[in-house]
Design a binder for this molecule. Structure first.
Ligand code: ZN
Length: 409
């Protein structure tokens, strides 16, 4: 493999120190594939050098997950065992810093019954969600990526150097290079995103209107006083600034659940539960997805929208200019961490209560009353066409251009 140890070390350090921002005395929960033991060792050591008290590793293995789905019964897979629940409960007390490394084969679940996949996911998420809600906003976390062979082959099927090419793209999007200083690059990047978010917050838009030649014609109402956020977040318990996604290019907020109208046309395929949905559109009425059309993955898309009551409503709208380094790479990553940072997107399902003033201290019930959507899913889909126009609607009805031709107006 062509990537040098020096670059890998730089990347591991960026993930631990700038992304997760591991604090002295903290416990770290690292989740990554068993195939990445060398990289795991780099991350673990970097955590300890940053003062971590203990690093625990959750090893994942997508081929095992696939075999489970092929051979084990649905009700067995959907059941959360007492020790798994105890582990989540422990996490609500320890509030570990969590680091996830994404490397999965996008086709890992090809051919698995979508009904089984969604039923298992629904069963497990229903039990685990209260614990996830309990730690939200109170711990640092980061997701970054490590190109696996199968993932790279999916992106570049015919290239003998597929892995190298995916590494090039990943490192470019996270601003890591041989001679550059990624820490400085991230400082400048987060400052730019914060400036744009501040502008949006000053506008106080009550709605956004989306329009594109591809058929997108959509209006969504925003929650009065809800903040636009981007790049970084702050752990409300210890005040540590962390960057949950590397890469990240988006500025996002949660709209009012149940208040949008019109059609959004996706501009990129969507990978959900390791299966693909392609060439699709979703039409909303009274804030709910009432119909959807997909050239591929129709059944999967319908399953997704019907996962629970909130799955048909929006939890996120995000602005990403088409010049984003992810989009410049010019290929589909088959991984939301990257693809959602290529262009403007919306997400069905769970919203972010932290965008509300005082939202971190609210229960989910309180946040729901303010308009934040609640669901076991959160699925981003890309709507940022090259000609996309977005107008902000001020409370007095006047319009302000926000995006023109897929980028900041
Ligand atoms: Zn997003």
């Amino acid at each position: 493999m062509a990537i040098s140890n020096a670059l890998l070390q730089k990347y591991a350090s960026l993930i631990v120190r700038t992304g997760a921002n591991v604090q002295p005395g903290q416990t770290v929960q690292l989740t990554l594939s068993v195939e990445l033991h060398d990289f795991a060792a780099l991350i673990i050591e970097e955590c300890y050098r940053s003062g971590a008290r203990k690093v625990n590793v959750d090893w994942t293995f997508d081929r095992q997950a696939r075999l489970n789905y092929l051979y084990a019964p649905q009700e067995v897979l959907a059941k959360v065992l007492p020790w798994e629940e105890a582990k989540m409960k422990q996490m609500t007390e320890d509030l570990p810093c969590r680091i996830y490394i994404a490397s999965e084969d996008p086709d890992a679940m090809n051919g698995i019954d979508p009904e089984k996949l969604s039923a298992v996911m629904r069963g497990r998420a229903t039990v685990l969600k209260p614990y996830r809600n309990a730690i939200e906003g109170k711990h640092q976390w980061v997701i970054a990526a490590y190109p696996s062979e199968k993932w790279a082959r999916k992106c570049f099927p015919d290239a003998p150097d597929a892995v190298d090419r995916l590494w090039d793209a990943v490192l470019r999007t996270v601003r890591v290079s041989e001679d550059g200083d990624p820490v400085e690059a991230w400082k400048a990047h987060t400052a730019f995103i914060e400036e744009k978010a501040a502008w949006l917050n000053a506008q106080g838009f009550s709605a956004l209107h989306y329009k594109s030649k591809n058929g997108t014609d959509f209006t969504v109402d925003l929650i009065p006083g809800a903040k636009w956020e981007g790049a970084g977040a702050v752990n409300t318990v210890n005040g540590a600034f962390y960057i949950p996604n590397m890469p990240t290019e988006e500025i996002f907020t949660s709209p009012i659940a149940g208040k949008c109208e019109g059609t959004l046309v996706a501009v990129k395929p969507l990978s959900w539960n390791s299966q693909l949905i392609e060439d699709f559109s979703i039409t909303f009425s009274n804030g709910r997805a009432v119909s959807c059309k997909a050239a591929k993955g129709q059944e999967l898309l319908e399953k997704m929208i019907h996962m629970d009551d909130g799955a048909a409503m929006l939890g996120e709208v995000a602005l990403v200019p088409k010049e984003s380094p992810v989009n410049q790479c010019g290929f589909l990553f088959y991984e939301t961490l990257f693809d959602e940072n290529a262009c403007c997107h919306c997400a069905l399902g769970m919203g972010f209560k932290e965008v509300l003033p005082g939202g971190d201290d609210m229960t989910m019930e309180q946040a729901r009353e303010k308009g934040i959507n609640d669901s076991i899913i959160h699925v981003d889909f890309m709507v940022g066409a090259d000609d996309l126009s977005i107008d902000g609607v001020r409370p007095d009805g006047s319009l302000v251009p926000v995006f023109r031709n897929g980028t900041w107006a």
